[in-house]
Design a binder for this molecule. Structure first.
Ligand code: MOS
Length: 724
């Protein structure tokens, strides 16, 4: 492994993005483009008894109105977590059965977007409604049996013997990803080939899933997903709308654009489900955490099983020898929930790291020293080693940067001169270090250009910048003329980019391609001493190009994972590998200020120190952590989907009422990296960063609020009302 410290370099796509040159799916200009609009169901559950489309179809400029009767022979592409490709198993508009509010019941295609919207409003459905459940606590919800998660030692016996213990319940609400780029599909049908332009984290699933749904040969489905305006897990699979737009394009013989309006997205795409967390912790008289019991409930849809894995990280944060956890899924009549940035880790860390803070106070310990003293050296779950773990270093470095030693431990003891209550809180987070199989194709040409095609999706996190850093490390090529082709399954097989495995999957395989290129070039050189770039040599030797292909999977994975990769199926490995266990870690230090009369909570400064292995792209890595911390602040103080149990819909289904932080809500965010290469996971030393950055932020804020006010808030978001 090289010891390269990767240099700070600007985001490769920054210049284009600030000039508005970057082309997102909805921007693709095509001749004869038609515009589609969906009509959402106004009921939750039941049957579409009749649908009158006459007035809509008669409107000037309407090309066609599609209902379920236009989808004969089309089937669902299946659920991503159940062997299929879709965000849920239910594909709307295949029958008259309705299973969640907001699912499309008709698709209008028109010459302009305005006409499509006008026509959609003219459609008259008649429903036969059935009773439904929308909330975790609904009488009609079905709570499944608890599934055991982790079990080591004897938690009950150890809790009974504990000198100090805490027991509490925490709640995390339904949340919605709301990427700035709406889910948008431009479908083009030409000469028996379907081309989909769509910002997705999973262009492989789009290709194979759309082919399966429409009965097409996957070789005749192309996908272009060069850029996403944010994904956050919502775009990790085939959306229901892709099949609708594709069907319309095929029936009309014209390209069709469908941009799902934000209000509909709250009901037609995945989200973070509501969850409840019951935690009991025990410590001995020496301040060692000896027992944990963690039982969670999480909302699900009726049809699909989105498994909870809350304790995957919490079982590893500390050296707790007696740990038992379980999760119950609660079936409700809602679209299938799914992955939203740090899907389980954020709510789990909020609950668990709040409880650890409560335990530290119960035991009369400083919350920072308590955490460092309980750090795990080996994995408490498997007993095996961690590939690398610098969590205690994150805590120590962060405490130094934050000035933790100046903290007065008594709650309510720190005040600004104007009476504002000051609270300082700490919490840690972890996130699995995973890797997906990847194939890289690298071509260096005599004309001065280089092309790298690899699995990966650019959702704004900076994966192109990381890939470029890897391509240009140790290769004598022109870095200004490198074409990075990602999000295109025909250029290189595409695995879903999620789970924070993007860099750890793309960069190591690209480094291997670079090494293979060096070998090829050396062979070509054949002992001759040459000056200049590879391009210049190729030109001199009249070779138009050299191309190499390399592949890499997670440690210990069989070669069969490449077969899954080639078919658009998920095949990532981790965090448990045969000889070791791998996670990224973070420590957050937060200052809150609580206005004494209004109890308004502000977060003027955060210090976050990360162990994500080696940092490949310093600029975009720091930006990721800023984004994660901001999201953590939003999750702690702002974000919640308000679901009305009478109508089964999200009431605040727009950005005016689904509140996220704005610039005025964000103070200083100081980010530091341990930047020590992981020696085992891959030879780039990369673990993973995106999601860990928000894990623990909400707990650090809750812990700071407690320190400021003496009030322990156990549900998110924490609001003024909780402190009055
Ligand atoms: Mo992420 S929530 O795994 O895209």
């Amino acid at each position: 492994m090289s010891d390269t410290i990767y240099p700070d370099r600007a985001r490769v796509d920054a210049h284009d993005k600030v000039r508005g040159v970057t082309r997102f799916a909805a921007d693709v200009p095509l001749p004869r483009l038609a515009y589609a609009m969906t009509v959402p169901s106004r009921i939750v559950r039941g049957r579409l008894a009749a649908i009158d489309i006459d007035a809509a179809a008669a409107l000037d400029g309407v090309l066609r109105v599609l209902t379920w009767r236009d989808f004969d022979g089309i089937k669902s592409a299946g659920y991503l977590m159940g062997g299929g490709f879709g965000f849920q198993s239910h594909q709307p508009m295949l029958s008259d059965q309705l299973v969640h509010r907001g699912e499309p019941i008709a698709l209008v295609v028109a010459e302009t977007l305005e006409i499509a919207i006008e026509a959609a409003a003219l459609i008259q459905p008649r429903y036969e409604e059935e009773p439904f459940a929308s909330l975790l606590d609904d009488a009609r919800a079905e709570t499944l049996d608890p599934q055991p998660a982790h079990n080591v030692g004897d938690a009950e016996a150890a809790l009974a013997a504990a000198a100090f213990s805490v027991e509490a319940e925490y709640f995390s609400p339904a949340q919605f990803q709301n990427p700035m780029e709406l889910i948008a599909t431009v479908a083009e049908w030409r000469d028996g080939t379907l081309t989909l332009h769509e910002g997705t984290q999973n262009s492989g699933a789009l290709k194979f899933g759309t082919a399966a749904a429409l009965g097409l040969d996957p070789a005749r489905v192309r996908v272009n997903s060069a850029y996403l305006g944010g994904g956050f897990g919502q775009k990790n699979s085939l959306q229901s709308q892709t099949v609708l737009a594709a069907r319309a394009a095929i029936l009309l013989g014209r390209p069709v654009k469908l941009v799902m309006p934000r209000a509909q997205l709250f009901h037609t795409a995945s989200f973070r489900p509501a969850s409840r967390h019951r935690i009991r912790l025990g410590a001995n008289a020496d301040g060692r955490i000896i027992a944990a019991r963690y039982d969670a409930d999480m909302q699900n849809s009726r049809a699909d099983t989105f498994r909870a894995s809350f304790s995957e990280i919490t079982a590893r944060l500390y050296a707790i020898e007696n740990y038992t956890s379980s999760a119950r899924l609660v079936r409700t009549d809602i679209q299938s929930p799914g992955y939203m940035r740090a899907p389980f880790e954020h709510p789990a860390a909020f609950a668990f790291e709040s409880a650890v803070d409560e335990l530290a106070y119960a035991a009369g310990r400083d919350p920072l020293a308590f955490r460092i003293a309980n750090d795990a050296q080996t994995d408490p779950v498997t007993g095996g080693p961690f590939s690398s773990r610098f969590l205690a270093e994150c805590l120590r470095d962060g405490a130094e940067r934050f000035g933790w030693s100046r903290r007065d431990p008594a709650p309510g003891s720190m005040r600004a001169p104007d009476g504002t209550l000051i609270g300082w809180g700490v919490a840690v987070g972890a996130y699995k270090a995973a890797m997906a199989p990847a194939i890289a194709r690298l071509r260096v040409r005599a004309d001065g250009t280089t092309r790298i095609a690899v699995s990966g999706h650019e959702m704004g996190q900076g994966i192109r910048t990381a890939i470029l850093a890897a391509v240009t490390e140790g290769l004598a090529i022109d870095p200004a003329r490198v074409e990075i082709v990602i999000g295109d399954p025909d250029a290189a097989p595409q695995h879903v980019t999620a789970g924070s495995w993007g860099t750890a999957s793309s960069v190591p395989v690209v480094r291997r391609a670079v090494q293979a290129m060096q070998v090829q070039f050396d062979e070509l050189r054949n002992g001759r001493t040459v000056n200049g770039t590879i391009h210049q040599m190729l030109a001199r030797w009249r070779r138009p190009y050299i191309e190499v292909e390399t592949r890499l999977q997670a440690p210990g994975q069989p070669d069969a994972v490449f077969d899954r990769l080639q078919r658009g199926l998920p095949a990532a490995g981790g965090p448990e590998y045969k000889p070791f266990v791998s996670f990224s870690y973070i420590a957050h230090f937060v200052e809150v200020r609580v206005e004494p009369t209004t109890r308004r909570i502000r977060v003027p400064r955060v210090v976050s120190v990360v162990d994500c292995g080696r940092v490949v792209s310093p600029r975009t890595a720091e930006s990721q952590v800023h984004g994660g911390v901001v999201w953590g602040i939003g999750a702690a103080l702002r974000e919640a989907g308000e679901i009305d149990p009478r109508f089964g819909g999200v009431l605040n289904n727009d950005l005016a009422e689904y509140i996220v932080p704005v610039n005025a809500d964000i103070g200083a965010i100081d980010v530091a990296f341990i930047n020590r290469p992981d020696p085992l996971l891959n030879d780039a030393g990369v673990k993973g960063l995106g999601e860990v950055s928000m894990v623990g932020v909400a707990a650090a804020i809750a812990n700071a609020v407690y320190h400021a006010t003496g009030r322990r808030v156990r549900q998110l978001p924490m609001r003024i009302d909780d402190l009055i």
